[in-house]
Design a protein around this ligand. Structure first.
Ligand SMILES: [Zn+2]
Length: 70
């Protein structure tokens, strides 16, 4: 297909022909499940609870914890 033919094809095609349009079959998780409610006390970034480490009673993200260590 030449460039021009491709252009015409795309313009004349229905969106359903170009893309496989489907309903997502996964439920979108609640925001709270993706982003933890812990805020790093160093950089202030909201971080998933699984990635928060407590140090001296304060929550730190893993990145900041690495910085503190070094
Ligand atoms: Zn941090």
């Amino acid at each position: 297909m030449s460039r021009e033919e491709t252009f015409k094809y795309v313009h004349n095609a229905k969106i359903e022909d170009l893309f496989d349009v489907k309903e997502p079959n996964l439920e979108v998780p609640e925001k709270a499940l993706i982003y933890g409610d812990e805020t790093c006390s160093c950089c202030g970034e909201e971080t998933a609870e699984a990635f928060i480490r407590m140090k001296e009673g304060k929550p730190y993200c893993i990145d900041c914890l690495e910085k503190i260590k070094n």
